[in-house]
Design a protein around this ligand. Structure first.
Ligand code: COS
Length: 384
């Protein structure tokens, strides 16, 4: 067994680390307050190739495997989570469906523009009555001549307000549900009948918007079924496979943020003096640091292993769910301990600890709740 990170990925990790320290961290607070990422930073992200991490080089991306990609996310989430979120949907749930199941024409048309960052892609599955119960979507698509006509609405769509391309799930045969009744479409923002609804107000992740999407007799050309006519009715499986990968990403995000919090806590425990000595010399604080470090160590091993399995071409439905469950639950435990170690200062907006605490909370929910992860793991075990 060789646990060494390959040299090319280690160099890339270094590049992202420097980008975070030099360009992102200094404006993290500003972005948190203003709620938007300056265009100059988005441009730098484009120049670094951050919008096309898994997209093959032939379509203009970096062609990274799962391990390379999660190493990038781990570094990017050591600062304000919105920076990762800005590129997350384009690299992940917004484009993976096209990458895995799209026709060659669809790949040629969309992937280069997504990889360059010219277009942002996102994923339109969730609806008011279809969160965890993803198969219960109500958005419908009916074929009318050369076009599919979509009607319905989506909500909680990350980057929905700025995206150009939407991987959109809609019902094409009500009688078949998740087995043959849902189709994945590529919708573009300028297609007639498409519009962005309300931008939702959230607890955290400032600088990254989520919004409603409205499909009001939205006309998508016939050729925009992901994978072409043979894939009509197969959209639920596409969505689930997209989410398998997305769940590794969520693990990486929780891990990066957890590592950052631990580093901050170690620093603080050495400096903060109470009862005449640094608080790091008190065993109760030491126990918290030790538990945080131990969990992070375990999380990193399982995440890297699952990514490696995916890079070997293995199906990782169960492992990805385990990674998401463990890493994101751990993230909340770590954020909670970090506030405790920082005490009153941890609760103040002056430091970013409370921001990490709020942003971390979301990882246990989006791209599948912890409860759904347990359902996926248990079903997978019992099926064997
Ligand atoms: N990969 C490939 N196929 C999959 C799959 C996966 N990971 N998961 C399910 N499928 C297939 C099943 O094999 C089944 O097809 P067959 O009968 O032909 O084998 C079909 O899809 C239906 O699967 P299932 O019966 O498990 O569907 P359910 O409606 O019971 O839903 C859960 C399963 C709960 C796991 C699913 O709805 C889910 O993941 N919900 C959470 C959604 C989510 O993450 N939302 C977040 C918002 S999107 S950012």
């Amino acid at each position: 067994m060789d646990f060494t990170i390959p040299e090319d990925l280690r160099m890339m990790q270094e590049t992202i680390r420097r980008f975070v320290e030099k360009d992102l961290e200094p404006i993290s607070r500003q972005v948190e307050e203003e709620g938007t990422i300056p265009e100059g930073i988005v441009q730098k992200m484009r120049e670094l190739g951050l919008f096309g991490l898994p997209i093959p080089e032939e379509y203009g991306g970096l062609g990274l495997g799962a391990l390379g990609e999660i190493l990038v996310y781990e570094e990017l989430t050591k600062t304000n989570a919105c920076f990762r979120s800005r590129i997350g949907t384009s690299n992940g749930i917004g484009s993976v469906g096209i990458l895995m199941d799209g026709t060659e024409e669809q790949k040629q048309k969309y992937l280069p523009r997504i990889a360059s960052g010219e277009w942002t892609a996102c994923f339109a599955l969730s609806e008011p009555e279809a969160g965890s119960d993803a198969a219960n979507i109500k958005t419908e698509a009916v074929l009318d001549g050369d076009h599919w006509v979509l009607n319905g609405m989506k909500h909680f769509i990350t980057n929905g307000d700025i995206a150009h391309v939407f991987t959109t799930m809609a019902v094409t045969d009500k009688s078949k549900g998740s087995r043959g009744g849902i189709t994945a479409f590529i919708v573009e923002k300028d297609m007639p009948g498409f519009s962005v609804g309300t931008i939702e107000k959230k607890m955290g992740l400032r600088g990254s918007n989520s919004s409603e999407l409205i499909f009001d007799n939205c006309m998508a050309p016939k050729e925009n079924v992901i994978g072409g006519d043979d894939m009509i009715g197969q959209g639920f499986k596409t969505a689930m496979r997209v989410l398998d990968k997305g769940r590794l990403t969520m693990g990486a995000c929780a891990l990066g943020a957890s590592q950052k919090l631990l580093d901050m806590c170690i620093e603080y425990a050495k400096q903060r003096v109470q009862f005449g000595k640094p608080i790091g010399q008190f065993q109760m604080v030491q126990a918290m640091l030790a538990d945080m470090a131990t969990e992070i160590y375990a999380a990193r091993q399982m995440l890297y292993n699952a990514a490696w399995l995916r890079d070997q071409g293995k199906r990782i439905t169960r492992e990805a769910a385990m990674v998401k469950l463990f890493c994101t639950e751990m993230g909340s435990r770590i954020a909670d301990k970090a506030i405790q170690i920082f005490g009153g200062m941890g609760y103040m907006k002056e430091l970013p600890v409370e921001m990490f605490y709020r942003d971390m909370r979301l990882y246990r929910i989006f791209e599948g709740t912890s409860e759904i992860m347990r359902v996926v793991i248990a079903r997978n075990l019992l099926k064997e």
